[in-house]
Design a protein around this ligand. Structure first.
Ligand code: NDP
Length: 254
């Protein structure tokens, strides 16, 4: 299985940190050449220097022209994208009536429009090949409501809707479309949110962290590699019939 993805080009948005980086590493460890993207060049370059098979390419998922040019350059360098991981996202919570339009639009633009543009641009090259995987990193908040996170919850539901519609539109073809729904994972997003949850609720950072570890019913934050294992599995032989699905990696969170 170590060379199961040999010769495949994968593209992972938000691939310089957290879950995206763990997915990129797992794909590279199985032979893929992986383009990792994000707005900041530094984490991407650092990640690529530390792990063979990763190729940094700074681009913003909300910039349609920049994203198209960036993906075209990656395709030019490494061939058609055959694994597209739409992972880039931002998370911030606010009580519902504090959602102003600027905040709401910012979450939607990155999490929904960014995923849409990424998948659309990748499909342009993937469509000419006989095998492909599209994986969106949604969230457990894509399946149920997250208290104090209506914009984030709506955005993650939308990503799942897009994946389900795509899988219907392309059913029977060589490309599968699935969404991963992690619970709380130990990444920079969670570190940032611990502070904002603590501030909003008037509790300590330790108490805010406990809210998250308790939500995952095994009582700990997930490791990014646990999410990466699910992404990798969707790319290995035998997963062709898993299409249009949501996979929860959430420590049994209900
Ligand atoms: P990180 O903050 O480490 O990852 C987010 C990544 O997205 C960063 O690499 C960031 O890079 C990139 N990004 C953000 N905005 C843009 C943009 N406009 N264009 C391109 N890249 C962008 O946190 P995670 O690894 O946790 O998050 C990854 C995904 O997992 C997100 O979609 C998140 O919603 C989801 N998720 C996370 C959970 C958790 O508990 N950690 C739980 C469930 C889902 P840069 O800043 O350089 O642009």
């Amino acid at each position: 299985m170590a060379d199961a993805l040999q010769g495949r080009h994968a593209l992972v948005t938000g691939g310089g940190t957290g879950i995206g980086l763990a997915i990129a590493r797992a794909l590279a460890d199985h032979g893929a050449q992986v383009t990792i993207t994000g707005r900041r060049a530094e984490p991407l370059e650092q990640a690529a220097a530390q792990h063979p098979g990763l190729h940094p390419a700074a681009m913003d998922v909300t910039d349609e022209d920049g994203l198209r040019a960036g993906i075209e350059a990656a395709v030019e360098a490494r061939g058609p994208v055959q694994v597209c991981v739409a992972n880039a996202g931002i998370a911030e919570g606010r009580s519902f009536t504090r959602n102003d339009l600027e905040f709401w639009n910012r979450i939607m633009e990155t999490n929904v429009t960014g995923a849409f543009l990424t998948v659309r641009e990748c499909l342009r090259s993937m469509d000419g090949t006989d095998w492909g995987r599209v994986i969106a990193v949604s969230s457990i908040a894509g399946l149920r409501g997250l208290k104090g996170g209506s914009a984030y919850t709506a955005s993650k539901h939308a990503v799942i809707g897009m994946i389900r519609a795509l899988s219907e539109e392309r059913m029977g073809g060589p490309i599968t479309f699935n969404a991963l729904c992690p619970g709380y994972v130990d990444t920079p997003i969670v570190t940032r949110n611990t502070s904002s949850i603590a501030e909003r609720a008037g509790i300590s950072q330790e108490a805010a962290l406990k809210v998250m570890t308790d939500a995952n019913r095994h009582g700990r934050l997930l490791e990014p590699e646990e999410v990466a294992a699910a992404a990798l599995w969707l790319c290995l032989p035998g997963s062709q019939s898993v299409n249009g699905q949501t996979i929860e990696i959430a420590g049994g969170q209900v």
